[in-house]
Design a protein around this ligand. Structure first.
Ligand code: TPP
Ligand code: MG
Length: 320
């Protein structure tokens, strides 16, 4: 990678972190409604993964989607405005936190129903296969989603049809308040891929470079016609499942230990110790991100609400 690319990965991770720290505050002030699921602690997962995609590759994910949106090239302005339900948001202020999307960037959302987007990924990959396009589909989901019927139907069909899909499980060790080994008969989730005769691998999701390298390899293999593959990325969410989670299901000490492996801190140290960037350069990136997010908050707060006469736009039902 070029130095600028290393620095851009750092910029993306820091931008996600600062965006979400601000979102947390805005939520507490009552400016963001509905649910807010933070990605803090998991930034290296989507940053490493999506940096390995080509623009024609589809990306689809669940509701923990703010980071994925940044990685897919959405601006902090349109993400923040979406969080505040403003007309200038990427989904016109109608989707909110769980429904970030921009199909012009092949980012297909942001889905709230656990596991429901996996069959959609099968459809997207089938479309690319039938049209002989070079794009692959990258489908991200949580550990909890792998216990749902959709997961098994989608993996099975993707293998029967040898579709160009990379299934990516973000194993953050919990689905809401339930630890993986309490809900899944197979705690090493990648083993589930074997049931569908699919190659699989796993990687440390706190290390963006490791995620990037394995993603590059697997995406290239899927593009070259290997059929679907499965990647388990081991990570941890530093905050609660969503805002207002009392977190009675895990010990403070466990959270503290994981925070010692902060993916941004690990990458910062790597860049400096490998002499890829100087401390002063990284500080500049951090300051620029602070500025981008301060402007995004300003933009979102001063943006208009969706107009009442657009209430029935973008729905299937006949308004008459
Ligand atoms: C079909 C369905 N069942 C239950 C829920 C409630 N729910 C929301 S998030 C969640 C946990 C999912 O955990 P995981 O897939 O590990 O994702 P994470 O939150 O850890 O990113 C559940 C059960 C839902 N949204 N959809
Ligand atoms: Mg989980």
């Amino acid at each position: 990678m070029e130095k600028s690319e290393y620095l851009d990965l750092y910029r993306q991770m820091v931008e996600i972190r600062i965006l979400e720290e601000n979102a947390m505050e805005l939520y507490q002030k009552g400016k963001i409604g509905g649910f807010l699921h933070l990605y803090i602690g998991q930034e290296a997962v989507s940053t490493g993964l999506i940096s390995a995609r080509r623009p024609e590759d589809n990306v689809i994910t669940a509701y923990r989607d703010h980071g994925v949106a940044i990685n897919c090239g959405l601006s902090a302005n349109e993400i923040m405005a979406e969080l505040l339900g403003k007309a200038t948001g990427c989904s016109g202020g109608r989707g909110g936190s769980m429904h970030m999307a921009d199909v012009t960037k092949n980012f297909w959302g942001g889905h709230a129903v656990v596991g429901a987007h996996l069959p959609l990924a099968v459809g997207m990959a089938l479309g690319d296969q039938l049209q002989k396009k070079s794009g692959i589909t990258i489908c991200m989901f949580g550990d909890g989603a792998t216990n749902i019927g959709y997961f098994h139907e989608a993996l099975n069909l993707s293998k029967v049809w040898e579709l160009p899909v990379l299934w990516v499980c973000e194993n953050n060790h919990y689905g809401m308040g339930t630890a993986v080994d309490r809900a899944s008969a197979v705690p090493e989730i990648r083993q589930k891929a074997a049931a569908y005769n699919m190659p699989s691998d796993s990687v440390d999701g706190m290390d963006v470079i490791k995620v990037r390298e394995i993603s590059e390899r697997m995406i290239a293999e899927v593009r070259a016609g290997s059929g679907p593959q499965f990647l388990e990325i081991l990570t941890y969410r530093f905050e609660g499942h969503s805002m207002g989670d009392p977190e009675r299901y895990r010990k403070k000490d466990e959270v503290r230990k994981w925070k010692e492996s902060d993916p941004i801190g690990i990458y910062h140290k790597y860049l400096v110790s490998e002499k890829i960037a100087k401390e002063s350069e990284l500080s500049k990136v951090e300051a620029a991100c602070e500025q981008i997010i301060a402007e995004a908050v300003q933009f979102a707060e001063s943006s208009p609400e969706p107009a009442p006469d657009t209430l029935f736009d973008n729905i299937y039902a006949d308004k008459n």
